[in-house]
Design a protein around this ligand. Structure first.
Ligand SMILES: NC(=O)c1ccc[n+]([C@@H]2O[C@H](COP(=O)([O-])OP(=O)(O)OC[C@H]3O[C@@H](n4cnc5c(N)ncnc54)[C@H](OP(=O)(O)O)[C@@H]3O)[C@@H](O)[C@H]2O)c1
Length: 285
C-alpha cells in the first residue's frame, strides 16, 4: 500500500492554513480523518507534529512557490490525487480608493485573485486524478461592495467570477467547484487590514484624507459593533461542502451573510441608501 493510502484515502490541500479560518479548517479535517496538506507561508508552530497534518510552504503570489507546493504534495501523495483544494489564503485592503496606493491594490489582487488562479493551474491535475473538488473562499462583499472596502470587494467579485467560469470548465472533468461565503469571522484579518491601511494613510495627502475622516470614523464605529462568528463555523461549512454527495455551488457559512446578499439584490439607489444608513455614514456627512 502506498504511503498516501496508509494515511487516508482522502487527502486535501488548504492555503492560508497558518491562522484563522485556514487553521480551523485544517484541524477540523484532520480530526475527521483526512490527510491534510496545510499550505503555510512560514512554518506554523501550532500545526507542528499534529497527526495527519503536513505543512507545505506556499506563497500564492509566487508561481514558482505554488508549483513547488503542488510538486511536493504530488510526491507525498505518491500517485494518489486530492479530494479537495481549498483556496482560503486572503487579505483585506481597505480605505478610500483614491488614497489606496497602487501597490496595495495590486497586492490585494495578487493574493485574492491571481493566487487562487495559480493554485488552480498547479493543482488541477491532482484534483482530476481523483475527481476532487475546488473550494474557493469568497466574502459577502463579492456581491455587496462596501464603501472604503473597494479593493477587497473587487477582489472577491473577481474570485466569484473565476469560480462561476471554473464550475463549468472543470465540472465537465468531474471537478466540482464550490464557493463558501463566510460572514464576519473573528480572525487576525481585520487587525492586519487596519495596520496596512494606517500605514498607507500616513503617507496620504492630508487635505484629501480630511475629506474622508468623518465617514471613515463612522465606518470604524460600525465595524467595531460588528458581531463575529468563530472560524470553526466556517470550517464546519467547508467540511460540509467537501463531504456533500452533490455539493451546492455556494454555501453561506454564517447567519449574517444572507441579509447582506438580500441587500445586494435591491435596486441600486435603494441599496446605496440602505448601506449608508446601516453604516451610519449619513450622520457623518
Ligand atoms: N475573517 C472574516 O471575517 C472573513 C470574511 C469573509 C471572507 N473571509 C476570507 O476567508 C479567508 C481566510 O481569512 P481569515 O479571516 O482566516 O484571515 P487570516 O487569519 O488573516 O488568514 C489568512 C491566511 O492567508 C495567508 N496568506 C496571506 N498572504 C498569503 C500569500 N501571499 N500566500 C499564502 N498565504 C497567504 C496568511 O498567512 P500569513 O499569516 O503568513 O500572512 C493567513 O494564514 C480569506 O480569503 C478571507 O478573505 C474572511
Amino acid at each position: 500500500m502506498s504511503q498516501a493510502a496508509q494515511w487516508n484515502e482522502r487527502a486535501v490541500f488548504v492555503t492560508g492554513a497558518g491562522g484563522g479560518i485556514g487553521t480551523a479548517t485544517v484541524r477540523a479535517l484532520a480530526e475527521r480523518g483526512y490527510r491534510v496538506y496545510a499550505g503555510v507561508r512560514r512554518e506554523a508552530p501550532h500545526l507542528r507534529g499534529r497527526e495527519r497534518i503536513e505543512q507545505v510552504r506556499i506563497d500564492v503570489t509566487d508561481p514558482e512557490s505554488v508549483a513547488e507546493a503542488a510538486a511536493e504534495v504530488a510526491r507525498l501523495q505518491d500517485g494518489e490525487g486530492l479530494h479537495a483544494v481549498v483556496n482560503n489564503a486572503g487579505i483585506i485592503i481597505q480605505g478610500p480608493l483614491e488614497l489606496v496606493p497602487a501597490d496595495e491594490l495590486r497586492r490585494q489582487f495578487a493574493i485574492n485573485v491571481f493566487g487562487p488562479a495559480e493554485v488552480v493551474r498547479a493543482f488541477a491535475p491532482l484534483l482530476r486524478r481523483s475527481g476532487g473538488r475546488l473550494i474557493n473562499i469568497s466574502a459577502p462583499t463579492a456581491r455587496l461592495a462596501a464603501p472604503f472596502a473597494a479593493p477587497i470587494s473587487a477582489s472577491k467579485a473577481a474570485l466569484d467570477a473565476l469560480s462561476d467560469a471554473l464550475r463549468i470548465e472543470l465540472g465537465a472533468q468531474g471537478i466540482a467547484v464550490v464557493t463558501v461565503v463566510p460572514g464576519a469571522v473573528d480572525t487576525q484579518i481585520f487587525a492586519k487590514a487596519d495596520e496596512a491601511a494606517e500605514a498607507a494613510l500616513a503617507d496620504a495627502d492630508p487635505a484629501r484624507l480630511a475629506l474622508y475622516r468623518p465617514r471613515l470614523a463612522a465606518m470604524g464605529a460600525a465595524m467595531a459593533k460588528m458581531r463575529t462568528s468563530k472560524p470553526e463555523t466556517v470550517a464546519h461549512t467547508i467540511v460540509k461542502a467537501m463531504e456533500a454527495a452533490r455539493p451546492k455551488p455556494r454555501y453561506l457559512a454564517n447567519p449574517d451573510v444572507r441579509p447582506m446578499l438580500l441587500l445586494a439584490r435591491l435596486p441600486v439607489r435603494l441599496r446605496d441608501r440602505m448601506v449608508i444608513r446601516v453604516l451610519g455614514l449619513a450622520k457623518a456627512a
